[in-house]
Design a protein around this ligand. Structure first.
Ligand SMILES: [Zn+2]
Ligand SMILES: [Zn+2]
Length: 407
């Protein structure tokens, strides 16, 4: 009992220490967050952001490898050597036309802040902490390439904290696959010889209508949505070509597989009805649903609430997007947490209002509290080897059991 008590005291002291370290670096972390925010870079082009983050970590005693996994803007920054090996993930890509409307400048600053603050814990307890710089989360799934190229091998836990409108240790996310379609018909004069035409735009319109009919009969958690990227060249020419880009989502892989077949039938039926030819291509790197590790979640939630924040649990009111962190959570025990940076109803993810919140005083506080909760969770994982064992045991249970949570 006494040994346990002494250990608990040591861990609590280390948590105070790493928390104070975050405060010591407050000015630098907020400046880093604003610098990335003020100079938004799209996925795979985050040259400045990845350099600023790598430079800061290198200057803080981390061993930095730039351009890992064959991607110039991916990096790994390690402090310490042995296991447990805890990775904190940074994203830093922006959105076209919206700048940092997803607040990835905050994710990056939290990751760097937590890792730098956790150094005394690594010195004291052993193990290692690393920042993995993961490019192009929006649409391109940089983490999926990094998984394929081994960047997530030999890790014990992967943590990421995304800004949002609530505080939470987990998130609802959906499996997601992209679908690009094209219809090939035949051009003709739309008034003089319409009977000579095969209308590729009508095929696309029919596909949308079929998908909208299908929507009545898909599961509540599933989503199908898309845009037309080519709808013809001129009103007086029967469109001989149309193209569209779609996303198909569901909360588990099996249902996603069934939904994909049904969605594809909508396009195939439209091709038959219009006499056009369909070509399609499913995305090669689908996003998988998040498999949040409850052992790590519970530690993060306790640490976040110790900072005076109310931590919410998932319910039916939570919307769900998709993230390549889902794929990471399928290969290593992981959490995808959220830190509140606004309560404004207009400031939803991917909005101009959220971009403003990502550089506001509340956003800056989100950087500090997110970094503290993450660094404290690193202390828990390095200081209590049994926690890491439990996290792995949960991870090793069949996916169907974990999926029963309905996340
Ligand atoms: Zn986003
Ligand atoms: Zn995001």
């Amino acid at each position: 009992m006494e040994a346990n008590g002494a250990k608990t005291k040591r861990i609590e002291e280390l948590k105070d220490r790493v928390s104070a370290e975050v405060d010591n670096h407050r000015g630098e972390l907020v400046a880093l967050s604003h610098r990335i925010h003020d100079d938004p870079e799209l996925g795979f082009r985050e040259v400045k952001a990845s350099a600023w983050l790598s430079d800061y970590l290198s200057g803080s005693g981390f061993n930095v490898e730039r351009g890992i996994s064959g991607m110039p803007t991916a990096f790994r920054a390690v402090y310490g050597r042995q296991r447990p090996a805890i990775a904190i993930l940074a994203e830093y890509d922006a959105l076209p036309g919206l700048g940092h409307g997803c607040g990835h400048n905050i994710i990056a600053s939290i990751a760097v802040g937590a890792a730098v603050a956790a150094r005394p814990a690594v010195d004291d307890l052993g193990g290692s902490v690393m920042v993995l710089g993961t490019p192009a989360e929006e649409l391109h799934g940089g983490k999926i390439t990094m998984i394929e190229r081994g960047a997530f091998a030999d890790l014990d836990a992967a943590l990421i904290v995304h800004p949002g409108r609530r505080n939470a240790a987990t998130e609802k996310t959906l499996a997601c696959v992209s679908l690009d379609v094209e219809f090939f018909g035949r051009e003709a004069h739309a008034s003089a010889n319409p009977e000579q035409g095969l209308n590729a735009l009508e095929a696309m319109v029919l596909s949308f209508n079929s998908i909208n009919s299908l929507r009545q009969h898909i599961r509540r958690q599933s989503r199908v949505h898309g845009i037309i990227t080519d709808g013809g060249k001129a009103a007086n020419i029967v469109p001989g070509h149309s193209a569209g880009s779609f996303l198909v989502r569901s909360d588990n892989q099996r249902d996603l597989g069934e939904l994909k077949d049904k969605v594809l039938s909508c396009f195939e039926g439209a091709a038959i009805a219009t006499g056009t030819r369909l070509e399609y291509r499913w995305g090669e790197r689908p996003y998988q649903p998040l498999r949040s590790n409850q052992v790590i979640e519970s530690r993060f939630a306790a640490n976040l609430s110790s900072l005076g924040r109310r931590v919410d649990s998932p319910d039916e009111t939570w919307g769900a997007g998709s993230t390549d962190m889902g794929n990471v959570s399928q290969v290593v025990p992981a959490i995808h947490a959220t830190i509140a940076i606004t309560t404004s109803p207009e400031a939803t993810l991917h909005s101009p209002e959220f971009a403003l919140a990502a550089a506001s005083a509340e956003g800056d506080l989100g950087v500090i509290d997110g970094a503290k909760a993450t660094a404290m969770t690193v202390v828990d994982l390095l200081g209590r080897p049994r926690l890491v064992e439990q996290a792995w045991r949960e991870f090793s249970t069949p996916a169907g059991v974990a999926a029963g949570r309905g996340i």
